[in-house]
Design a protein. Structure first.
Length: 281
């Protein structure tokens, strides 16, 4: 199986129908996790399992988990492939003609099974939702940025890297507080790309592939943050669908790369919050 192509084909099909598939998960479940290890799935796997697990348990187990726990799958149950990188040793010549050993990451996959397909198993719906009110969760995420010029009133939503500020329209411009929060989280993901933070290249020409890729990172990161904070808002993705389709059709690994960068952004934005919760526990 070409796992990158499989994932990309599915996402392209949904985007072509006018739907951003990662919008669905946080309305219906917490983050996808492994109930045996307690691990919360990350990056593309979080987005992918959220897409395929809509309306189902958010607990996913490996075949080894099932075997070790003495659990059995229901008849005709099928696993879902998830991705991981495996280092592949390589040898190459350096400028002096000498053999140099190194590694390159190879994209691999294995299967996980939804808890709803396991005989006699009952796992609680868990996830990594942050403590506090939704307002305080979102504010903690924004505070983590320590923006040089903060969040300022503007006629449209944007992040300006040259001044390190987020512009946001008045709350009354949005259909709901949740939509305001979702948009603010989207712009916060952009802000992680500042050179003082994760240093992504943000000075991209509007309409370019690089611009579309950065918007995809922000969209996926905002979806992850909405799940993390419990924000049930609408992401403004419609205007970017055509540009995302161009990127995905040209590079079958683009969505996986974007999800990885989105995960890094979420890690950055929630690190302080989660550390404070651990200290308070």
């Amino acid at each position: 199986m070409d796992i990158a192509q499989t994932i990309t084909d599915r996402i392209i099909a949904e985007l072509e129908s006018g739907t951003a598939p990662w919008v669905k998960p946080w309305h219906e479940s917490s983050e996808a996790y492994n109930p045996i290890t307690g691990t919360i799935y990350r990056g593309m796997n979080q987005i992918w399992l959220g897409m395929l697990g809509t309306g189902r348990s958010n607990a996913w187990l490996t075949f080894k988990n099932l075997k070790d726990a003495g659990l059995w799958l229901r008849k005709d149950s099928k696993g879902v492939p998830i991705v991981f990188y495996k280092p592949l040793p390589v040898s190459r010549k350096n400028a002096k003609g000498e053999d140099v050993q190194g590694v390159i990451p190879m994209l691999k996959h294995h299967y996980v099974f939804n808890a709803d397909d396991i005989e006699g198993a009952a796992f609680s719906k868990q996830g990594g939702t942050l403590e506090g009110t939704i307002d305080s969760r979102v504010q903690s995420v924004v505070d983590r940025l320590q923006l040089a010029n903060g969040v300022q009133a503007a006629s449209s939503a944007f992040y300006q890297s040259s001044k390190d500020l987020i512009g946001m329209p008045a709350l009354s411009s949005f259909r709901s507080l949740a939509d305001y929060h979702a948009t603010l989280l989207h712009e916060s993901v952009h802000a992680t790309g500042h050179q003082s933070r994760l240093d992504r290249k943000l000075a991209n020409k509007f309409g370019s592939e690089a611009y579309a890729f950065e918007e995809l990172i922000a969209e996926l990161g905002a979806a992850m943050l909405c799940m993390k904070t419990g924000v049930d808002g609408q992401l403004q993705h419609a205007s970017y669908i055509e540009s995302w389709l161009r990127v995905l059709r040209q590079d079958k690994t683009a969505i996986i790369k974007a999800a990885s960068k989105a995960q890094s952004a979420m890690d950055y934005l929630t690190a302080t919050v989660e550390q404070e919760e651990l200290l308070a526990a």
